[in-house]
Design a protein around this ligand. Sequence first.
Ligand code: BES
Ligand code: MN
Ligand code: ZN
Length: 481
Amino acid sequence: MEIEFVAADAPLAPKTAVARVVFEGQAQEGALARAVSASRFTGAKGQTLDVLAPDGGAERLVLVGAGKAEAFDALAAEHAAAAAYAAVKTSGLTTLRVELPNADADLAARAALGVRLASYRFDKYRTKETADKKPSVTKAQIVGQTDAALTAFAPLAALADAVAFTRDLVSEPANVLYPAEFARRVKELERLGLEVEILGEPEMMKLGMGSLLGVGQGSIRESQLVVIRWNGADDKNAQPVAFIGKGVCFDTGGISIKPADGMEDMKWDMGGAGAVAGLMHVLAGRKAKVNAVGILGLVENMPDGNAYRPGDVLTSMSGQTIEVINTDAEGRLVLADAVWYCQDRFKPKFMVDLATLTGAIIISLGNEYAGLFSNNDELAANLLAASETEGEPLWRMPLPAQYDKNIDSVIADMKNTGGRPGGSITAALFIKRFVNDVPWAHLDIASTAWKKPSTVPTIPEGATGYGVRLLNRMVQEKYEG
Ligand code: BES
Ligand code: MN
Ligand code: ZN
């Protein structure tokens, strides 16, 4: 999608649809007033009214409801522009011009971001889609103060690129995106100035990562640990911020195999690693003034003659031993070594891990909110504030010490499941045992890494890229400079 910012009186190119964003109850004039009175359009949020061949140059004019004027903020501008795109994307017209009810440059830039996010598509495997089914709109013109809006849009263009990178990774099927291929795609980000190190099984063996390696041992695909670094701070030795992602490229459940129904969804089980890769992409893309580390634990969880079994005892890099009760509780085993390695090697200011960790978080919070677990109130508050600004909903969950005994084992230091009650909480408490008192937060994104169906205009059905926006915002507002 090509983005331009144009003056209100810029001439209309042929094949342009004009989308006029209007507030609830805002009066229209002439033919438009008649069109409105012949419809149920009130300007409420989410409504659109398509007017063909209206008076004045445009071939189509779409009124887009933005709700109450007082509540019109940057997210509303994104959503309105995304709704405008949805209304005309397959109209046959090629340009969308968005007129906002307010000429603010930041709002114009956010509207452009809205169109970029809404127009994301993963269509590389559709070989038979006919031209009339494909989106026809390839350019968006946002009306606004052109220079100021373009400046405001630069970091948002980097963000849109990064979210698309994450969505692409998460959308790829597991026969294409296995750990080594994931690592290879991240290695390509060195073109943005990132440093990428890839550790294979021999290197991880040397480090003693028996927990992560245990999960991957039933797969013919080699497990990988990817370390991504961005050193954008003026002081190259300043303590980094760190992010860790669960990257289970496919989760069959292993020997504790999952039911067939819906198992295809488990190609998304690398959504945490996808988000961390996307975050590093945007930090580099907008040259963030921060030192950051991203760590991806990449494995495939398969049943096989060499697979790990229920009852096995694994020794993690921390030295702590883990009795495997259920091989389907594999994400925490991957994170145990990745999180320990992160604090041990990088001594970060804080660590945030992202993981599609538990089905229980979907039962707790539904499909709009991710769960937040943290040992640090300031970090938690910063994450919640960023989630609000970016429209990536997050809800804090408790880490009660009383539940920690649920993961004690009779024969090892701990076991990898704590029973069904509070399943997301005991999973988080498991990871906490590998954090070593560093400020830490865990985002359980099993509920938000993908959407079926779409419920937000900037997030098409499929991979969402959840986490990239909120972490990028938090870094920008609290940890840069
Ligand atoms: N990847 C799954 C969690 C998941 C479930 C993500 C549904 C997205 C949608 C995870 O590895 C898993 O299998 N967790 C088990 C843990 C249980 C065995 C303690 C679960 O949630 O059932
Ligand atoms: Mn699992
Ligand atoms: Zn999993």
